[in-house]
Design a protein around this ligand. Structure first.
Ligand code: SF4
Ligand code: SF4
Length: 99
């Protein structure tokens, strides 16, 4: 299945948000719930048969800083137990976070 990864690795770990563009139906829920306004809908580059189909993507300006930009979804204690609002909201489980 086509998966698109947004993020990077650094000394502290692996910081990727992965979207299953096959599963994503462009419902816009993740765009609406993200407290950091990191999502947008863009044309699905893999959708050869369905040109113009929209899928969720992390905005360009957040792709090199997801570790920090996602801090609104981290738990106050910083132990990594916070809930990712985008992944929770997605009704087809198209979003995965590597942390
Ligand atoms: S984890 Fe939170 S801040 Fe990060 S993209 Fe998802 S909803 Fe936005
Ligand atoms: S919530 Fe899920 S299905 Fe809806 S646009 Fe976001 S990734 Fe796609």
């Amino acid at each position: 299945m086509p998966e698109v990864n947004y993020g990077y690795k650094d000394g502290a770990g692996s910081w990727f948000i992965t979207v299953d563009t096959n599963a994503c139906d462009g419902c816009n829920e993740c765009v609406e719930v993200c407290p950091a306004d990191m999502w947008e809908l863009e044309e699905d580059e893999f959708a050869i048969l369905e040109a113009g189909e929209l899928v969720a993507a992390i905005k360009e300006e957040h792709r090199k800083s997801v570790r920090y930009d996602c801090s609104p979804c981290k738990s106050p204690s910083g132990d990594g137990s916070g809930t990712a609002a985008c992944a929770e909201a997605c009704h087809v489980d198209a979003i995965e976070l590597s942390w």
